[in-house]
Design a binder for this molecule. Structure first.
Ligand SMILES: Nc1ncnc2c1ncn2[C@@H]1O[C@H](COP(=O)(O)OP(=O)(O)OP(=O)(O)O)[C@@H](O)[C@H]1O
Ligand SMILES: [Mg+2]
Length: 233
């Protein structure tokens, strides 16, 4: 059994008379430790797929298995535990707590977990050892995103889910963040799923899932993923 299995997953949003098939009969498998890029245009269904996978939204039909566990059948309490213990989320706009330092932001996440990593160590992993005592307002966008990554990684999650993590960053800073995420999979063997609408970023993934109008357009394995430092976009 693969680490992640989507089996005929659909999500239909109903607003009054209008039905939107945000995710339409999507199936794929992902092995543990992979760096997966989910690529697609705006409205393709990328965030919906990530939210279903992260237990933040419920599916209309189908089945989602993560590490042998049927997420689609989980009740509210089980979903809460799943989000808390198994998943690290990284968003486009960092979502740090502004009146806590970088260290305290990471520490906050550690407190809700079973087997968290050391806060100082994860800050060192993202190159922010010296900035642990800074507040978010004292950090650049890229540095804040690295704190957000440290916070997600400190939970020691099975799965790191990233929704347009470089969307708010400039080119050079964006590449640094991509490198940190790629290293999380390559060096630390965390399964990372990253959403982007930028096809140039696809080359750094081990697996590339292309999504269009709620459906899978293609899934390709990348025998030689590019280093995040070397891509140009
Ligand atoms: N809560 C919701 N209620 C109704 N429709 C929704 C909801 N969430 C998403 N949708 C619709 O589902 C479709 C897929 O949305 P989704 O956010 O997954 O796209 P996306 O690929 O992440 O796009 P973007 O790149 O713009 O973030 C869109 O048509 C969107 O309007
Ligand atoms: Mg989205």
């Amino acid at each position: 059994m693969a680490f992640i299995e989507f089996e005929h997953v659909s999500k239909i949003y109903k607003t009054g008379e209008v039905e939107v098939r945000a995710v339409d009969d999507v199936s794929f498998k992902i092995d543990k430790g992979k760096f997966v890029v989910v690529l697609g245009a705006s409205g393709a269904g990328k965030t919906t797929i990530l939210n279903l996978l992260g237990g933040m939204d419920s599916l209309t039909s189908g089945k989602i298995i993560v590490d042998g566990r049927d997420v689609s059948k989980a009740n509210d309490r089980q979903l809460c535990e799943y989000r808390r213990y198994d998943i690290g989320f990284i968003f486009q706009f960092y979502n740090l707590v502004q009146n806590l330092t970088a260290y305290e932001n990471v520490e906050l996440a550690r407190q809700i977990c079973k087997d968290p990593l050391d806060a100082k160590e994860v800050l060192a992993m993202v190159g922010l050892k010296e900035r642990a005592d800074n507040f978010p307002s004292q950090l650049s966008g890229g540095e804040q995103q690295r704190v957000a990554i440290a916070r997600a990684v400190a939970k020691n999650p099975k799965l790191l889910l990233c929704d347009e993590p470089t969307g708010a960053l400039d080119y050079v800073t964006g590449k640094q963040i991509l490198k940190v995420l790629q290293d999380m999979s390559k060096i630390h063997h965390i399964t990372v799923i990253m959403i982007t609408h930028n096809s140039a970023l696809a080359n750094i993934g081990d697996t590339i899932i292309r999504v269009r109008s709620g459906k899978i357009e293609s899934i390709s394995e990348n025998a030689r993923p590019m280093n995040a430092e070397d891509i140009e976009y």
